[in-house]
Structure formats: structure tokens, C-alpha cells
Design a protein around this ligand. Structure first.
Ligand SMILES: CC(C)(COP(=O)(O)OP(=O)(O)OC[C@H]1O[C@@H](n2cnc3c(N)ncnc32)[C@H](O)[C@@H]1OP(=O)(O)O)[C@@H](O)C(=O)NCCC(=O)NCCS
Length: 367
């Protein structure tokens, strides 16, 4: 049975920064309150012309560059987003088209902020089963579009960004060692974006009532998060036959510094084992774990051979963790340039659209 290694990683974060002081000009809050309760100082907000696919494509190309892998080699793309481009088609399909992943099947999974854990596990399972060799997992958000900028209870928390992993099959032991996935739909209303889908299709009333914005019971989510982070970490470690003493680094979902601190206490692990960057990004939902991972790699906090735990939680309610032995890119003598495929991808997409249009002109009405 092949092992599933994480061989590439990339992020894309929009440039515009929104500080706590900026938010204090919009709602009745202040920098001190936000920092004390959440640890957040600032977050990045997508420009009007940036969408989940825009950020996702950038992150995927960077991940492919690190993996030294052509987009045409990708068998599967799983995108996960709490703020997808559309209900459908899947954001994964848009990314597949734009990066030129010509042979990839592409779909989205929705597990809110836990999405990246679930998606990475699904991709790893597909590789372990032998059915595919190369997968791309991407978490991408422009959540700022779904935040009520008049609600001080939620608008202080979220930010935009994207992160991607390449997963590849290898006979060499390592890579994803174990994973756990959990859900509890009885807590569905604790964190919810109610309208715009089948239950509350968009109407004037839903817009008026603010049902197209994130709604949250902050205290309930806080209690849930502090409970499940440590539990999921322990479960995943046990499945991998490891203990907390074996862990080199924990990369948690970046929602709130206090939640991470509480998890560290529960696990009896020092805070310096935890990667924390919530102060500069806020909660970027499905993108937060890969963004934190890439920063940790850049700072040398994660090295080849390290045992790393990724752990997340979110709406659903959902939560999960996975344990990986970090191995890095698969060595290869050839050098590929994934970014060059974008040009061909654009041309290919244009030709396919044109052919579809021409086909429509010539097809008989009765067909
Ligand atoms: C949202 C959160 C920071 C609120 O912190 P809290 O300590 O629970 O604060 P509360 O909601 O109890 O509010 C305490 C007081 O601060 C006020 N307050 C709320 N937001 C405020 C803000 N942005 N600025 C200033 N005051 C604020 C409340 O109105 C309340 O005032 P009151 O005591 O006069 O009624 C916290 O609950 C949290 O982080 N929850 C988890 C959220 C999360 O991670 N969601 C994403 C999961 S993926």
C-alpha cells in the first residue's frame, strides 16, 4: 500500500490589511478588547477582484512549484471553502480549469473550518487505496464577503486567504500517518450562514434580516473548541501509535489564541510546540491550517522527519486532526514550471468555450 506524502505547499494572502483600529471605526470595539479576547491584531481582506478561485489558483501553483509537479499530473483536486465562489459549480472545478489540471477530477467538500483536515484525509485515503497518485488539496476563503461588518461579535474574527498542499504517493514510509474526523450536527445553529441555499433562498426578507451573514454563538463555539482540540489530537496520535512526547509541532486551526492556549494546557504541552499566527491573519477558516503550516516551514519550525499534528474545528459542528511525518518534496532530476501551464490553460479554456458555442449554433433544435 503506498504512503501519502505532503510534497508541496503554497499560500496566497491578499495584500490589504484591516487592523483592529480600522474595525474600531466601523463598530463599537477597540484594539485592546480584540487582542485580549482573541489574540488577533489584523487580518487580510480580499480586493473586489479577488475570489476564492483567484486566491486558490495562486496557492495551488505555489504548492505545485514546491512539489516540482506539473498540473497535468494531478489526478484529484479537492477544494474546501466556507465562502465558495458559487453553491455550484465547485470552486475546485474553476481552479482545475485555471491551472490546467487536464486529467484531474475536481470537487468541493464542505466542513467549514475543519474542511482542510477532512479534505487532506480524503486525498490521503485515495492515494493510500492506490486509485490515484497525485492530489491537490486547497482551502480558500473570501469570508469577508459573508461577515456582517456591523456585528462586533463576529466581524473582528475573520480574514481572507488560501493555502494548498500537494499529496503524492510514495513507497517510502511517512506522510499522513493517521486522521480522525468528527461531527455533531446538533450544534448546527451555533455557527451558521443561514440564507442563500435551499432552507432560506435569497429574498428581500433574508437580506433585510441579515441571514446572508455569519451568525455565531461565540461562547458555545468557544466551549466546544477548547474541548475538542485536545481530544482530537490525542485520538489521532493514538491511532498513529504515538504520544504527545513524540510530537515536534502542532499546527492548530487559527481561530482564537485563548482556544489554542487551553488546548495546550489540556495536552500538557508547552506553547512553543504550537504554531500560532492568528494575530496577523485572524480566522481564515479552511485556509488557516495551510497558511500556518507554510509560515512554520518558512521559519524552519517544521523540518523533514518531524512528527506534526494538524488539528481543526468549525461549524457543523465538526472537528478533526491528522498526524503526519514531514518528508518534503520527492527528489527528482527534472524541473517543471507549473506556472507556465496557466497560459495554456487559459487558451485551452477559451477554445473549449468557443467550441461549445459553435456546437450550439450548429446543433439541430430537436436535439
Ligand atoms: C467571540 C468571542 C471573542 C467573544 O468573547 P467573549 O469573551 O465570549 O465575549 P462575550 O460574547 O461574552 O461578550 C462579553 C462582552 O463584550 C462585548 N463584546 C462583544 N464583542 C465585542 C467587541 N468586538 N468589542 C468590544 N466588546 C465586545 C459583549 O457585548 C459583552 O458585553 P456585556 O458583558 O456588556 O454584555 C469568543 O466567544 C470566541 O472567540 N468564541 C469562539 C469563536 C470562534 O472561534 N469562531 C470560529 C470557529 S471556527
Amino acid at each position: 500500500m503506498p504512503y501519502a506524502h505532503i510534497t508541496g505547499w503554497g499560500i496566497s494572502v491578499p495584500e490589504p490589511v484591516l487592523t483592529n483600529d480600522d474595525i474600531a471605526k466601523m463598530v463599537d470595539t477597540n484594539d485592546e478588547w480584540i487582542r485580549e479576547r482573541t489574540g488577533i491584531r489584523e487580518r487580510h481582506i480580499a480586493r473586489e477582484d479577488q475570489f476564492p478561485s483567484t486566491l486558490g489558483v495562486e496557492a495551488c501553483i505555489k504548492a505545485l512549484q514546491v512539489a516540482n509537479l506539473a498540473p497535468t499530473e494531478i489526478d484529484l483536486i479537492i477544494c474546501t471553502s466556507s465562502s465558495p465562489e458559487y453553491i455550484w459549480p465547485a470552486t475546485a472545478s474553476l481552479i482545475q480549469d485555471q491551472i490546467g489540471a487536464t486529467k484531474a477530477g475536481a470537487f468541493d467538500i464542505q466542513a467549514a473550518c475543519t474542511g482542510f483536515i477532512f479534505a487532506t484525509n480524503m486525498a490521503a485515503q485515495a492515494i493510500r487505496s492506490g486509485s490515484i497518485k497525485n492530489a491537490l488539496v486547497v482551502g480558500t476563503e473570501t469570508l469577508s464577503r459573508f461577515v456582517n461588518w456591523k456585528d462586533r461579535g463576529t466581524c473582528i474574527l475573520f480574514g481572507d486567504g488560501a493555502g494548498a498542499f500537494v499529496l503524492q504517493a510514495s513507497d517510502k514510509p511517512g506522510g499522513i500517518l493517521s486522521a480522525v474526523m468528527h461531527s455533531d450536527g446538533s450544534g448546527a445553529d451555533s455557527l451558521i450562514l443561514p440564507a442563500g441555499a435551499a432552507r432560506y433562498p435569497a429574498t428581500e426578507a433574508t437580506v433585510h434580516e441579515g441571514k446572508h451573514f455569519v451568525q455565531m454563538d461565540g461562547k458555545a463555539v468557544f466551549r466546544f473548541a477548547t474541548r475538542v482540540m485536545g481530544q482530537a489530537t490525542r485520538e489521532a496520535l493514538e491511532l498513529a501509535g504515538l504520544s504527545t512526547a513524540d510530537v515536534d509541532r502542532i499546527i492548530p486551526h487559527q481561530a482564537n489564541f485563548r482556544i489554542i492556549e487551553t488546548a495546550a494546557k489540556y495536552l500538557k504541552m508547552p506553547m512553543d510546540k504550537f504554531v500560532v499566527n492568528v494575530d496577523r491573519y485572524g480566522n481564515t477558516s479552511t485556509a488557516s491550517i495551510p497558511i500556518a503550516t507554510v509560515e512554520a516551514l518558512q521559519k524552519g519550525l517544521v523540518k523533514n522527519g518531524d512528527k506534526v499534528v494538524l488539528v481543526g474545528f468549525g461549524a457543523g459542528l465538526s472537528w478533526g486532526a491528522l498526524v503526519a511525518e514531514w518528508t518534503g518534496p520527492i527528489p527528482s532530476k527534472k524541473h517543471v514550471y507549473p506556472e507556465q501551464y496557466r497560459l495554456f490553460a487559459r487558451l485551452r479554456s477559451f477554445i473549449r468555450r468557443a467550441l461549445r458555442y459553435i456546437e450550439g449554433l450548429f446543433s439541430r433544435r430537436e436535439l
